[in-house]
Design a protein around this ligand. Structure first.
Ligand SMILES: [Cu+2]
Length: 507
């Protein structure tokens, strides 16, 4: 690994010369001692990087400069959907990676920093780079190292960047992509709002919405069967209070990318028509477009004026991706009604929630809304919160406990003890109940006067929330009466139990 790095480093100067013909504004010394200076470039600045959906401010300067970019690779565990976590590999800590904005003719001095806490080497291929690998050959970086290379932004446009370390598809599937905008010399026409939206698929071992930490599934990736297709790295990243916003009369520009790694996006905003589309992120502008195609590893710039207030829904118009896999976002437009352009009621979040979610998710969403209504000093809150736990806990029960303890907790005579009206369960402390789920149980047990002698396997792969919810469900179902068990209690008990030798249900 280290040797490889050194080799890459020694190739750096050479690679950057090959990349751009002329190199960074500062003197670039070639192997033969000749110094190269880009006569077009004056000054130097640090690039402003932003996380989606934010975009760095438009470039106002009228000359090319040297732009220094420091981009840090982080491997982070984050939310993919409610109750679902994933280990994302990121450029800048989030999916998609930080938005980079430069100007045509700029000299970019690029530092790729691979955080020391990471496990994998990474590199970067920027489609805005002219040169071998788009920078990938010069930026292969081990954890705890930093690589530098330089390039000149020859072509204006909106470009994808991504990791190109083998297995490339996997690095991209884990979230290693972002956008770099090379503004044309004359700049882009001014608009009121600019946003950054990037689509990508996630290939998880579990089905869509299956709770817990999810691992990458190579077979599904090869078959191009993603459980998730999302905007900005997670289900709901642009929904509700995270929706994009605008005011009536404003012009909105979206920089849209598609990280893939496999699917082509049919990007559409329900209820809007794109006035201008820079197809595939290039310089050709078409007008009056309903749906624009964004290839994997491609991008598009669209802008449109918002004339009517309401909620506009961003989708991949391959609609099962939108309604069943997460490819949905929102643009909320506030302002005065314009009944000449449109009269009638708007699509609202609740309606959409019904289309998106499963039955129990709907119920949870409704209850959460009710909690918000009651939140002002009302004793009903505790009851509603308990109901949320029970609704979620039922899902866990039907996925996990039900095969043995049966749908109504009645158990199986002589084999599996009942949970319904179990005196044993009723007399058990919450901590003991938690302990059984995490660590399992075997040996003789007497429940309601009957002896059982079986094995309950440890269910330690369930999350703290899942265990808290399922036990709360069992405590208050099948004729049982009991209280609420919190995720904190589970966490506390889990800490007292020695970690299992196998940690995942996939082993
Ligand atoms: Cu990578």
């Amino acid at each position: 690994m280290k040797r490889n790095i050194l080799k890459q480093l020694s190739l750096l100067a050479l690679a950057s010369v090959m990349t751009s013909g002329l190199c960074a504004a500062e003197e670039q010394v070639m192997a033969n001692g000749v110094k190269l200076i880009d006569p077009e470039v004056t000054g130097e600045e640090e690039a402003v990087l932003t996380q989606a959906p934010h975009v760095p401010p438009p470039i106002t300067r009228k000359h090319a400069t040297k732009v220094v970019v420091h981009l840090e690779v982080r491997e982070v565990t984050k939310r993919l959907a409610d109750g679902v976590e994933y280990v994302f590999w990121t450029f800048g800590g989030d999916v998609p990676g930080s938005f980079i904005r430069i100007r045509e003719g700029d000299q970019v001095e690029f530092y790729l920093n691979n955080h020391q806490g990471n496990k994998m080497p990474h590199n970067i291929d920027l489609h805005a780079v002219t040169g071998p690998g788009g920078g990938a050959t010069s930026s292969f970086t081990a954890p705890g190292y930093s690589s530098r290379f330089s390039f000149k932004a020859l072509n204006p446009g909106l470009y994808v960047y991504h990791c190109a370390t083998a297995p490339v598809g996997m690095h991209v599937a884990n979230g290693m992509y972002g956008l770099i905008l090379v503004e044309p010399k004359e700049g882009l026409p001014p608009v009121d709002r600019e946003y950054y939206v990037m689509q990508g698929e996630f290939y998880t071992m579990g089905k869509y919405a299956e709770e817990g930490l999810q691992y990458f599934d190579m077979a599904k990736a090869v078959d191009e069967r993603p459980p998730y297709v999302v905007f900005n790295g997670s289900v709901g990243a642009l929904v509700g209070d995270k929706a994009l916003t605008a005011k009536v009369g404003e012009r909105v520009r979206l920089f849209i990318g598609n990280g893939g790694p496999n699917l082509v996006s049919s990007f559409h905003v329900i209820g809007e028509i794109f006035d201008n589309v820079y197809q595939e992120g290039g310089s050709q502008v078409t007008h009056n477009v309903q749906t624009t195609m964004i290839p994997a590893g491609g991008a598009s710039i669209v802008d449109f004026k918002v004339e009517v207030p309401g909620t506009y829904i961003l989708v991949d118009h391959s609609l099962f991706r939108a309604f069943n896999k997460g490819a949905i976002g929102m643009l909320k437009v506030e302002g005065a009604e314009n009944s000449i352009v449109y009269t009638g009621k708007e699509v609202d979040a609740v309606y959409l929630g019904k289309a998106v979610d499963s039955g129990s998710e709907q119920r949870v969403a409704q209850l959460k809304e009710a909690v918000e209504v009651e939140i002002r000093e009302n004793p009903k809150i505790a009851k509603l919160t308990k109901e949320i736990q029970m609704t979620k806990g039922k899902d866990v029960f039907m996925q996990t406990c039900f095969v043995c303890h049966q749908a109504n907790g009645e158990g199986i005579p002589e084999q599996i003890p009942p949970l319904a009206k179990s005196d044993y369960f009723a007399n058990m402390t919450d901590d003991e109940a938690i302990h059984i789920v995490i660590a399992g149980r075997s040996g003789e047990v007497v429940v309601n006067g009957k002896k059982y002698n079986g094995v309950m396997t440890p269910l330690n792969y369930l999350t703290d929330d899942q265990i808290a919810n399922v036990l709360t469900y069992v405590r208050n179902s099948f004729g049982n009466e009991g209280g609420v068990i919190s995720a904190d209690a589970v966490k506390r008990v889990r800490a007292t139990i020695a970690p299992p030798t196998t940690t995942s249900q996939f082993e």
